[in-house]
Every structure is written in structure tokens, then in C-alpha cells.
Design a protein around this ligand. Structure first.
Ligand code: ZN
Length: 276
């Protein structure tokens, strides 16, 4: 009898553990400050009056999955600059450190499983060195450009050169890279802005699918446009990437989260709140 009861309990427990839903994927949004843009026309081919606010937000994100964590982009100003309390002038200003925002969500840089940067420009790599213990997910073409002599324009190698020694996984450039193996967090090659630019699609249970678009766009006004901004690494690639993303959005209903869209970004919940 005892054995039968034990078997029944084990069967019930087993059934329960099979049907219990895994914890949902969470997406935390970090505010890494503001970039002052004097002339959106020269940089992005848009007139001041075409964009609601020419200045850009600067974003980083943390994805928490049952199998690990992924930090996506790392801001512009290194935390040490923000902590120094020196008045910030010039292109960027920020008041919150990335480490501080990460701590509010319950994580330290050393806890993070994966690091990925949408691309190598300095406004995305500011605190990359802090994540050198993570496994770096990067396309080989972007990786090799980052460590070339001389480095590409608009890069700050001092903010990322510790990654040279990080465990590195090269993501495919001809298809998606499924970070956790269950299709919920997927890196998409989106070349053009830089040679190995990446976007991230996160399938959230309540929010629905979201694409973190990196610098495929800086303003939402660009999404419907056929033309691409000046200064792209490869304009033809950018145009092809934008076309593919428009088709993907049409097919899947994925929301585009443009990290530099200061108006859209201001409406997002910031860490320690999260999306799921
Ligand atoms: Zn950028």
C-alpha cells in the first residue's frame, strides 16, 4: 500500500513538473542617457521638423531567461565617467550608471551569461569591458573590424578591448542565432550600418514579440522610408536589411524598439520594472 501511495505521489509530482510552465522571459530596459544631435539632416538625412525631437536616447537591455542572461548593448558613457561627477559636456550626458541599474534588477556584470552588442559604435560599447567574463556573441566580420588597425570610425576601442580575451561565439551572418535554444531570444544579422550589425528578437509572453533594432534606425520616421541615411558602412546592405525587416514585421507583428528613439524610449518602463 505504502509503495502504491509513493508511486502515486511520484507520478503526480512528475506530472506536475512536466506541465508547470517555465518562468517567462523578462526584458529589462536601461536608460544610458541622451545624445545631443545638432543636425539630424547631416547625420541621418532627416529635417529637424520631420523628427519630433532630434536628440537621441541611449539604451541597453537585459534579457533574463531560465537558462541564463544576456546583456544587449552597454551604453555610451563609461560608468567611471558618470561616477566621477564631472560636469558632462559635448555629445552625451547620463546620470545613471549601467552597473547601478543592473544592480537594481538584481544582477552584477559578473553574473551575466552572454554579452552581445548591436554593433561596434562607441554609443553601444561604453561599458563592454565590464562584461568580459560573459560569453561574447558577435559576428566574425564585426569582431575582426573592432580589432583591426586602425579601428573603424566612431569606435572607442578602450571601452571594449578586454573582450579580446573573452570566450567568444561567432554568430551566423546568413541566418538567425537562437541564444537559449528555444526560439524565445534570437539574434538576427542586420548588416549595413556596420558590417556585422545585429538585431535581437525577444518573444515575450505578455508583451508579444519585440525587436531591439540597434542602429538600423535612429528615428521611427525612418522605418517607412526607402532611402537610407548617409554614413552607413554599406548603403545597399542597409536597404536590403530594412526591406527584410519590414517584411518580417508584416508577417509576425513584431514591435520595433528603436533604442535611439527618444520619444518612444521615454514611454518604456525602465528597470527594475520589466517586460515579460
Ligand atoms: Zn547608436
Amino acid at each position: 500500500m505504502k509503495t502504491a501511495l509513493a508511486a502515486l505521489v511520484i507520478a503526480l509530482l512528475g506530472a506536475q513538473s512536466c506541465t508547470a510552465a517555465p518562468p517567462a522571459v523578462r526584458l529589462y530596459v536601461f536608460d544610458c542617457g541622451i545624445l545631443n544631435i545638432a543636425d539630424p539632416m547631416a547625420l541621418f538625412g532627416l529635417k529637424q521638423e520631420e523628427v519630433g525631437n532630434p536628440n537621441l536616447s541611449d539604451a541597453a537591455y537585459l534579457i533574463v531567461h531560465p537558462r541564463g542572461t544576456l546583456i544587449w548593448d552597454t551604453g555610451f558613457l563609461p560608468d567611471s565617467v558618470i561616477e566621477s561627477g564631472e560636469p558632462q559636456t559635448g555629445l552625451a550626458r547620463a546620470s545613471k550608471t549601467l552597473k547601478g541599474q543592473l544592480a537594481q534588477a538584481g544582477y552584477r556584470p559578473a553574473d551575466i551569461t552572454y554579452l552581445a552588442l548591436s554593433h561596434y559604435h562607441g554609443d553601444h560599447t561604453g561599458n563592454a569591458n565590464d562584461f568580459q567574463a560573459a560569453t561574447w556573441l558577435v559576428s566574425k566580420v564585426e569582431h575582426d573590424a573592432m580589432f583591426a588597425e586602425p579601428p573603424p570610425r566612431i569606435t572607442s576601442p578602450a571601452t571594449y578591448n578586454a573582450l579580446k580575451n573573452s570566450k567568444t561565439v561567432y554568430v551566423k551572418t546568413d541566418g538567425d542565432y537562437d541564444v537559449f535554444g528555444d526560439g524565445t531570444v534570437v539574434i538576427k544579422p542586420t548588416p549595413g550600418h556596420t558590417p556585422g550589425h545585429l538585431a535581437l528578437v525577444v518573444k515575450l509572453v505578455k508583451t508579444g514579440p519585440v525587436m531591439l533594432t540597434g542602429d538600423m534606425y535612429h528615428y521611427p520616421e525612418e522605418v517607412a522610408r526607402e532611402s537610407v541615411p548617409p554614413g552607413e558602412f554599406d548603403s545597399a546592405q542597409s536597404a536590403a536589411t530594412r526591406k527584410a525587416v519590414r517584411e518580417f514585421v508584416q508577417k509576425t507583428g513584431t514591435q520595433l524598439w528603436i533604442g535611439h528613439d527618444i520619444i518612444g524610449f521615454s514611454k518604456l518602463r525602465k528597470s527594475p520594472e520589466f517586460y515579460e
